[in-house]
Design a protein around this ligand. Structure first.
Ligand code: ADP
Length: 220
C-alpha cells in the first residue's frame, strides 16, 4: 500500500484550522503549528500533533522536520510578511508541494514568484463555487415532446444512488421511464431493470412534466 501523505499546516486561523480538522477526519496525520498558544491548545484537542512555534524561523522549521512532509500548507493571511518568509523557508528546505493561502492579488503574485506550488484565495474560490452551484439546477436539459410529455436529462437524485429502476419502481411510483443512463463518456441506452444507478450518473427520462419536476425536487 502507498505511504499515507504527511501534511503540515502552518498558521491555525479559520482557514488553517479547517484544513487541519478536515484532513484529520479523513484519517491523515497532521502537524499543526501556530505561534499563538491558545490556537494551538484549541486545535490540539482534535489533531495528531499541534505545536507552538514561530514559523518564520528556519531553526524552528528544521526542529519540526518540515522538510519531511509531502505537503505544507502556509495558512497565514493577515501577516503577509510572515506568510512570504515561511513560504521561502519551506520551499528552500525542499518540500515538494507548498500550498499557500493568499490575502489578495498582489500577495498571490509574490507567492507564485517565490515558488509557491499552489496559491489559494479562499473567499474568491468559494464565491466561484457558490455561484456555479446556485446557477445549476438538477435538470440539465429539457425537451418538450407534447403539451403533456417531456424528455429530460436529470442528475440522479441522491436517494436513488445504488438502487435499480426495478427496486425503485420508477414507472409506477415516479411516473417516469429511464431511456438511458449517461456515465462519464459512456451511455447505456435502454438500461435493464436491474441496472444500478451510480453517483454522478445522468438519467435521460421521459414522462409528464409534473413527474419530471417531482424527480428534480428530490434533490433540492
Ligand atoms: P484566517 O483568515 O484563516 O483566520 P489569519 O491570518 O487570521 O487567518 O490567521 C493566521 C494564523 O497564523 C493565526 O492563528 C496566527 O497566530 C498565525 N501566525 C501568524 N504569524 C505566524 C508565525 N510567524 N508563526 C506561526 N504562526 C503565525
Amino acid at each position: 500500500m502507498a505511504k499515507k501523505k504527511q501534511f503540515a499546516i502552518l498558521g491555525l486561523g479559520r482557514f488553517g484550522s479547517s484544513v487541519a480538522y478536515t484532513l484529520t477526519n479523513m484519517g491523515y496525520d497532521v502537524l499543526a503549528v501556530d505561534s499563538n498558544e491558545e490556537r494551538v491548545e484549541e486545535v490540539s484537542k482534535e489533531v495528531t500533533h499541534a505545536v507552538q512555534a514561530n514559523v518564520t524561523s528556519e531553526k524552528n522549521l528544521q526542529a519540526l522536520g518540515i522538510r519531511n512532509f509531502d505537503v505544507v500548507i502556509v495558512a497565514i493571511g493577515e501577516d503577509i510578511q510572515a506568510s512570504i518568509m515561511a513560504t521561502i523557508l519551506v520551499k528552500d528546505m525542499g518540500v515538494e508541494h507548498v500550498v499557500v493561502k493568499s490575502q489578495d492579488k498582489m500577495h498571490g503574485e509574490v507567492l507564485k514568484r517565490i515558488g509557491a506550488d499552489r496559491v489559494i484565495f479562499p473567499e474568491w474560490d468559494m464565491g466561484c463555487r457558490v455561484a456555479h452551484n446556485l446557477a445549476t439546477t438538477n435538470i440539465l436539459d429539457y425537451i418538450e415532446l407534447s403539451p403533456e410529455y417531456s424528455l429530460a436529462e436529470v442528475s440522479v437524485p441522491t436517494k436513488m444512488v445504488g438502487k435499480t429502476p426495478q427496486e425503485l419502481d420508477l414507472r409506477a411510483k415516479y411516473g417516469v421511464t429511464v431511456l438511458a443512463i449517461k456515465r462519464g463518456n459512456d451511455i447505456n441506452i435502454s438500461p435493464k431493470a436491474n441496472a444500478q444507478f451510480h453517483k454522478s450518473d445522468v438519467l435521460i427520462v421521459v414522462g409528464k412534466q409534473g413527474d419530471i419536476n417531482r424527480l428534480e425536487e428530490l434533490n433540492s
